[in-house]
Design a protein around this ligand. Structure first.
Ligand SMILES: O=P(O)(O)O[C@@H]1[C@@H](OP(=O)(O)O)[C@H](OP(=O)(O)O)[C@H](O)[C@H](OP(=O)(O)O)[C@H]1OP(=O)(O)O
Ligand SMILES: Nc1ncnc2c1ncn2[C@@H]1O[C@H](COP(=O)(O)OP(=O)(O)OP(=O)(O)O)[C@@H](O)[C@H]1O
Length: 475
């Protein structure tokens, strides 16, 4: 074992069974502080630059009394989902990251006393890779999210396959975006949560969570979208409320003028991958109609989805193309371990780190420098593929025209809104081999089970009919 870990003060009691007593090594306070400070620096120097001043919130590292942290952990333990309880909270370092509450409006200096609705979306990867490094042809047709769904259901993470496809949400086409949002509302998994006045009213923790209840959701949302009219209850009311929600969220997602420098990542005339995923029910219905490339509205350049997608596309080579470059960096580090610091593998995530990310060349000159740039870009792209977007909405009062903040109309009301991104900690360098293995597992599972089953069981004629069962209702 690493000699540096042989200090009994850095170990603590973890638990015990009949035969074993388990102790765990704790990071030193200094390491925890540095880790949290890295998250702040990365948000400030990289994500804020790409996504814009108003969307990325860096927060700050704060020190808390240990007794307070201990009591807080005890207090919240019973509310944690079972599936997360294998992770211990850090009660030893006394350091924490303090962030604004993004379930509240970020455009207002004072605490809001008006009701607030917050929709959190984890959109995941919104493009299909086109690069040459990809060995499995399937990866050029079906997006990672849709393939991963099958593995997740098979391993029991979720109960059923979602109809949501990130490419629909990122399409910029209103009809496709409505379909994507409705699909998220049908099968939220960990991609959608809704909060009312900071309290979770919709979204599930794991596969054991009860099924989504639109009637209950509509009951919560009705006062926001139909404030003064006596819209009766029942399925008609539920549909009307959900339709309003989907429309407002789409409008907000397409809005935005916050600058951000993600535009600096635009990739010249290089061809990009297909804009529709073959596994998306929307994509299948388009194909049935003979529309292989849909009327493509594209995302407005100022909107957060556009900027997030640009950052995701820093993954220029796909994990398959990236992995050999990671190995090159690894070999170099094995020979010169002291270089890890100079290469900024674990930070600092400063201006120099940011500047290197802007080099989009894919011409491999065989150097460690080239490999390192691609590795760091991949880590940033992975972060953008796993972040969440928080949309906070608060009904406007009559006099709000005087307030200088963005407003989105719905058919019966108007909302002041803010859009923010959360979960902006850079993905670790060490996770790359895991990503590589997981990618293989996802693609193999999909091709072995889904494609093979389709080919063996489904005669061509039936396949056509099955496609025809999709009814796209306007929302
Ligand atoms: O690999 P994926 O796409 O499954 O993403 C993981 C997420 O699963 P998801 O697919 O969103 O259900 C996963 O989400 P859950 O914790 O399962 O809700 C994490 O966000 C994970 O990130 P990290 O390793 O905790 O930093 C995510 O891992 P990274 O790949 O982003 O490191
Ligand atoms: N600043 C914030 N304001 C409001 N809610 C927040 C904030 N930060 C986190 N949350 C809530 O806590 C949840 C978990 O936070 P976060 O995604 O940062 O954790 P994580 O461990 O990085 O998750 P992941 O499993 O996605 O990697 C979020 O989905 C969100 O609902």
């Amino acid at each position: 074992m690493d000699e540096g870990k042989m200090d009994e003060n850095e170990w603590r009691y973890h638990g015990e069974g009949n035969k074993s007593l388990v102790v765990a090594h704790a990071q030193t306070s200094e390491e925890v502080f540095q880790h949290l400070q890295n998250i702040v620096d990365f948000s400030k120097n990289v994500m804020k630059e790409f996504l814009g001043e108003n969307s990325a919130h860096c927060g700050e590292v704060v020190q808390l009394p240990l007794e307070f942290v201990k009591q807080l952990c005890l207090k919240i333990q019973s509310e944690r989902p079972e599936s997360r309880c294998d992770k211990d909270l850090d009660t030893l370092s006394g350091y924490a990251l303090c962030l604004p509450n993004l379930a509240r409006l970020q455009t207002y200096r004072f605490a809001e006393h008006r009701p607030i609705l917050c929709v959190e979306i984890k959109p995941k990867c919104g493009f299909i890779p086109l690069c040459g490094g990809v060995t499995h042809e399937l990866k050029h047709r079906v997006c990672r999210y849709c393939m991963h769904q099958h593995l997740k259901v098979a391993t029991g993470k979720w109960k059923q396959i979602s109809k949501y496809c990130p490419l629909d949400l990122y399409s910029g086409n209103k009809q496709r975006m409505h379909f994507a949002l409705k699909s998220l509302l049908q099968e939220a998994q960990n991609n959608l949560k809704i909060f009312k006045n900071g309290e979770l009213i919709y979204g599930c923790a794991d596969a054991r969570s009860p099924a989504a209840d639109w009637t209950e959701l509509a009951h919560h949302l009705k006062p926001f979208f139909f404030p003064s009219n006596g819209l009766a209850g029942g399925p008609h009311c539920t549909r009307a409320v959900i339709r309003e929600l989907v429309r407002v969220i789409t409008r907000v997602l397409l809005s935005g003028s916050d600058k951000g420098r993600a535009g600096a990542l635009r990739r010249g005339p290089a061809p990009r991958g297909p804009r529709v995923c073959e596994a998306s029910p929307f994509g299948r219905s388009l194909r049935r109609q003979g529309k292989n490339s849909p009327e493509c509205s594209g995302l407005p350049k100022g909107c957060l989805l556009y900027k997030t997608l640009q950052v995701q596309m820093l993954d220029l080579l796909d994990i398959e193309g990236l992995y050999p470059l990671y190995r090159r960096v690894e070999r170099y580090l094995e020979e010169f371990p002291e270089e890890r610091k100079t290469l900024q593998i674990d930070g600092p995530y400063d201006e120099a780190f940011y500047q290197k990310l802007l080099d989009l060349s894919t011409e491999d000159d065989g150097t460690v420098a080239f490999a390192l740039t691609k590795v760091q870009q991949y880590r940033v792209a992975m972060t953008a593929k796993d972040c969440s977007i928080m949309i906070a909405l608060s009904p406007c009062l009559q006099d709000t025209s005087s307030e200088q903040r963005p407003v989105v109309p719905s058919s019966r009301s108007r909302f002041a809104f803010s859009v923010s991104v959360l979960d902006l900690d850079l993905k670790p360098y060490e996770s790359i081999p895991y990503q590589y293995k997981l990618d293989g597992k996802i693609v193999n599972f999909y091709s072995k089970t889904v494609l093979a089953k389709d080919a063996a069981v489904t005669p061509a004629r039936y396949k056509e009919r099955e496609d025809c069962t999709l009814v796209l209702r306007k929302v």
